[in-house]
Design a protein around this ligand. Structure first.
Ligand code: FES
Length: 213
């Protein structure tokens, strides 16, 4: 047992020790919070799908929100072609009577390879990436010529995204599209970016005759 000065010195040492423990725990807590924030930030950058933003599956609406149309009767955001900015997508919904240049197994194989999905009612759905495959400009849809024409260097694509003319090295890229009941899901994390220039054996839809403005 300590008496007098010895007891006092022991008490001071005890207080110093608990102050040091408090400081150490505080520093560990601060480090833990900043580490958690850094890890969360890194995960967000590495795996955008976790955020539910572009780069992940997006429910863009219900089938009934997007009226089907023939290629030459399509009007942006009214029938046939709908711009979905959050998904950076043009959702194309073609009527079941759409005239294709191919038929039978050739048509089926080409639809599959271009991620064109046929619905139970016979209509066709395509989710085209809005970005021009030349140098990345956003490509507007031109109703007067039923096709997409890039304002930057003139690349021209038909309503199903197939290359027509210009410096673009391939047809427009497209995303996987699926149905969940009546909902349409565009998976902006699954992209087909290798649809080549079409030729007579692969072109799906005839080049529109009308000139773009
Ligand atoms: S970016 Fe579209 S044609 Fe060049």
């Amino acid at each position: 047992m300590l008496h007098g000065g010895g007891a006092e010195a022991a008490e001071i040492a005890k207080q110093r020790l608990s102050r040091r423990r408090f400081l150490r725990r505080s520093m560990l807590a601060v480090w833990g919070v900043s580490t958690t924030a850094s890890v969360a930030g890194a995960l967000y950058m590495l795996y955008p799908a976790l955020s539910g933003q572009f780069g992940s599956p997006q429910t863009v609406g219900k089938k009934g929100d997007f009226q089907a149309a023939l290629p030459d009767k399509s009007v942006i955001n009214q029938a046939g072609v709908f711009h979905i900015p959050a998904a950076r997508t043009y959702l194309v919904h073609l009527a079941k009577d759409t005239q294709f240049l191919l038929s039978g197994e050739d048509l089926k194989g080409q639809l599959d390879s271009e991620l064109v999905l046929q619905d139970q009612d016979g209509s066709y759905w395509i989710a085209l990436y809005q970005r021009c495959v030349h140098l990345g400009c956003t490509v507007p849809f031109h109703g007067e010529c039923g096709s997409f024409k890039c304002p930057c260097h003139g690349s021209h694509y038909n309503i199903s995204g197939e290359f027509i003319e210009g410096p673009a090295p391939r047809s427009l890229d497209r995303f996987q599209i699926t149905f969940e009941g009546e909902n349409i899901v565009v998976n902006t994390g699954v992209q087909n970016d290798h649809v080549p220039h079409p030729d007579a054996t692969t072109r799906l839809i005839a080049i529109p005759r009308a000139e773009c403005a």
